[in-house]
Design a protein around this ligand. Sequence first.
Ligand code: ADP
Ligand code: GLC
Length: 426
Amino acid sequence: MRHVLSVASECAPLIKTGGLADVAGALPGAMAAHGWRLRTLLPGYPVVMDALKGAREIRAETELMGGPAQLLAGEIGELELLVLDAPHLYDRSGSIYLGPDGKDWPDNPERFAALSWMAAAIASDGAAGWQPEVLHLHDWQSALAPVYLREMGASDSVGTLLTIHNIAFHGTAPAAKLKGLHLPQQGFQPDGFEYYGNISALKAGLVFADKLSTVSPTYARELLRPEFGMGLDGVLRTRRADLVGILNGIDETAWDPKTDAAIRTYKSPRKKSANRKLLIEEFGLTDTGGPLAVVISRLTEQKGLDMLLEALPAFVARGGQVALLGSGETALEQAWQEAAEAIPQVSARIGYDEALSHRMMAGGDAVVVPSRFEPCGLTQLYGLRYGTIPVVAMTGGLADTVIRANDAALAADVATGFQFFPVTAD
Ligand code: ADP
Ligand code: GLC
């Protein structure tokens, strides 16, 4: 057995806003099969603390980024968790990233610097006799760990891997926070974690982690280009020898049409009609007999659902119907609600509903993912498993996971979906 500490800001089934949670939750099981033992370090959000009742305290800090903190150990299902219990940082209601005003919590730099610091401390000192050989970091929320590890003098004994799930979020903080975040002044330079006068947690990881990965081979190439690199493509080009794209997998137990508890009548992807009928009822649609497209998504610029809105009139004119489940930016939520009111063949549920997302995979004819960029994307993979045909933008992981129904693929009987390019409403 080899030992890894995976450090994530969300982890299914406990706390999830997107695909990072699915991946962080499924990795330990997938890696165990290859002889790697993963423990996962998570922030002690209220839902995590509730689920972890009876956990053991294995470390205490009198002061960590503004208050006392404890490291707890416990198990939830198959997951072996280490949890950073720091009420001043995590004990609050609402979204894990955003305050009631819809903006980032003002202390997000401290909240996730604390997580990164604790990850480094565990790697450096061990946790109740357990010590990882590798720190596996996910996105900016844990990306300062390699800096702290250097400060602790332990960067030679523990390897660090940073996985980029989404380069759109950099985790920036004003330079004035350098001291408060316990960051070394000498790292605050263009070839360190300085980014146009600010601190960038993601850049810290991109510069100081031993290895970098992202969640599909195509996105690994795209990231090196200015159109996709979100201002960090230059840094990534200097590290291209250490960057690899490894395609995400899915949790085949959580997403199994044969055993899925959220599905009412499902037995096989080939028997879609009963689920389709229930889904059409649930969304208050009247079946046109045409294809039922489903969308399950965060509503952000990335996902391209403004373009799908533009395409709706043409799609329904050809007999199509659309059921959307999503939440996110207010303007997009409103636009989809308005479209649903105006167009009888379109229905939208604004909110987050895990069980409904499973029923949609079971009942939809197609799952549409028109993303402007997509590091991997998981809903098209769930679609493939549930017999729901992916219709996707040809970018990132969407390009890597769907075999486009072109003449050659159809002739060879290997096509699995549709891809479009360029990514426009047309
Ligand atoms: P991203 O991580 O960029 O949001 P992914 O496709 O990798 O995109 O993962 C999204 C995950 O979140 C999937 O498991 C999807 O089913 C789920 N999801 C997104 N929006 C919702 C929602 N409103 N309700 C339920 N599940 C959702
Ligand atoms: C990110 C990406 C998504 C990816 C997920 C899990 O949120 O936007 O494409 O599937 O992380 O890696």
